[in-house]
Structure formats: C-alpha cells, structure tokens
Design a protein around this ligand. Structure first.
Ligand SMILES: [Zn+2]
Ligand SMILES: [Zn+2]
Length: 273
C-alpha cells in the first residue's frame, strides 16, 4: 500500500506497469500507487513539478489492463500538508483517490530530512526532532478538521530517525524507549480519528535495519487498541515492490494484529493475516 513510480521525482526507474507486473508475479492482491506530492516543494521549486493528469491516466489504464489479476489502487503520498493547507485540501478533495498517505518529510524550516544538514548541535538536533513529533499531531488535527479524513494512514512515523542514523546522529535517541509518550499521543490521535498507522518495510533494506515504526512502537500501537494498519514496501523500483511485506505481516500477527488494512475509494478493507 505504498509504492512509487516515475511520476515521483525520486523513482525514475519505476513505472506503473513495471510495478504492477512485479506485484502480480509475487501473487499480490493489491498494489497502491502513492506518488510523492510534497506540496510546498512543488509550489516553490522550479524543477519539481507533478504531472497529475498523466499519473491519473497511467493508473486508471493499469486498473483496466491488470484488473483481472490485481486490484490497482490510485493513491498519493501527501507530504507536509500543513505547510500548504489550501493546496493539500484541494488535491485530496478533488482527485478520485482510493487511498491517501499523510507524511512528514520536512523539518519546519527545511525541505527534507534527507537533505537537511546534520552538523547542528545536539540540542538543536533534538529540537528539530521534537518539532517533527509536534507536527505529526498538528497534521493529524488538520486531516480530521470538520469531521473529514483528509488522509487515511500516517506514514513512516520514525522517518527522521533514518537520516539521524545515516548521518551519525542516531546516538541522540533510542526509539526503543525514548519519546514513548510522544509517539503514543500520535498513535492515540490516529485511533481516535480512524486513521491507520503505516508499517513501512523500507527500513529493513536500509542502514537503520528496522521497520518504520520499530517493533516496540508497533506493540505500543496494538496495546493502545490500534486496529487499522497499512503495510507498505515504499518501493521506488519494481524489484522492491512487496519487499518484506510477508515478514512484516508475520510480525504483526505475533504482536496481536489479525488484519491489515487496504483502502479503496477512501474506505478501509480489513484483510485477514
Ligand atoms: Zn515518505
Ligand atoms: Zn514513499
């Protein structure tokens, strides 16, 4: 429930058809395309554009082409919505999405944790991380204004940690114990508002070597009563489609989840694991 094709700026080797064919060969029943739409970046960058018409057309053609073999879902990974609330709102209320992921990729004052500089002092680095946690709550609050549900799942909630670790600043926090309360508040906000939590497997094939969020936090979500959980590979190339989904489902089962969630026409469907 989380793949990228060449319509995303960072997945130029992917293609809608290539991802579908990879998923079919693995026997998957669903594939969701969730291209990056980092709203403020698209608005302010001269080089970052998004071909929304082309994307919609490609996914709907794939729905027709592969529909007897796999359910192809039209989605979006809406990034940093609270930085551009009006444009984000317009997008999610006008496009015929099956599924919308809510992500935070950017610290408050920079474009992305990926490109942020990591030479700040320890206390500055910690402050940036804590702002990120606050923004997760702010973004969920925005998503459910007026009783709406502007995105369906909260993606990779430990995202900054991947880059803190890659840049030698991972010692600043141990996400097996630190920020338990803050992450619990984010997960409680999901549960209260019928928004799913994402279990993103991309970390297993990267330096951080763990799911986003990690097992400790997934257990906490279950303890809090979390039921809705989407699982995504976050593939940026067809060969990563479906990676570690089976392993993640096995783990979720041992933690006590009985279902994973997929979304069609913005409505949850519970799939037994
Ligand atoms: Zn993301
Ligand atoms: Zn993604």
């Amino acid at each position: 429930m989380h793949t990228h094709s060449s319509f995303s700026h960072d997945a130029k080797k992917g293609s809608v058809n290539g991802n579908c064919e990879a998923a079919i060969s693995l026997g998957m029943k669903y594939i969701a395309f969730t291209e990056h739409y980092d709203v403020d970046m698209i608005k302010t960058s001269k080089t970052r554009t998004f071909d929304l018409d082309g994307y919609r057309k490609a996914v709907f053609e794939a729905k027709d082409r592969y529909g007897d073999k796999i359910e192809v879902l039209y989605g979006m990974e809406l990034g940093d919505a609270i930085k551009e609330k009006n444009e984000s709102y317009r997008l999610v209320t006008t496009e015929p999405f099956d599924f919308v992921i809510g992500s935070i990729h950017a610290p408050r004052r920079e474009f992305d944790f990926l490109s942020m500089t990591y030479d700040k002092t320890d206390s500055e680095m910690i402050a940036v991380f804590e702002e990120y946690l606050e923004d997760q709550l702010n973004q969920i609050a925005w998503a459910v204004e007026n009783g709406e549900r502007r995105f369906d799942t909260v993606a990779h909630i430990t995202y900054p940690y991947r880059y803190y670790k890659q840049n030698g600043r991972g010692y600043l926090m141990d996400l097996k114990k630190d920020y338990r309360e803050e992450f619990s508040e984010i997960m409680k906000a999901c549960i209260r508002n019928n928004i799913a939590l994402e279990c993103n497997t991309s970390g297993l094939r990267q330096q951080m070597g763990e799911l986003l969020p990690n097992e400790t936090l997934l257990r906490r979500y279950r303890e809090l009563g979390g039921e809705l959980i989407t699982v995504g590979s976050d593939a940026h190339i067809p060969s990563d489609v479906g990676k570690d989904i089976d392993n993640a489902c096995e783990l979720l089962k041992t933690i006590g989840f009985r279902y994973i969630t997929v979304y069609k026409n913005r409505e949850p469907i519970q799939i037994k694991i």
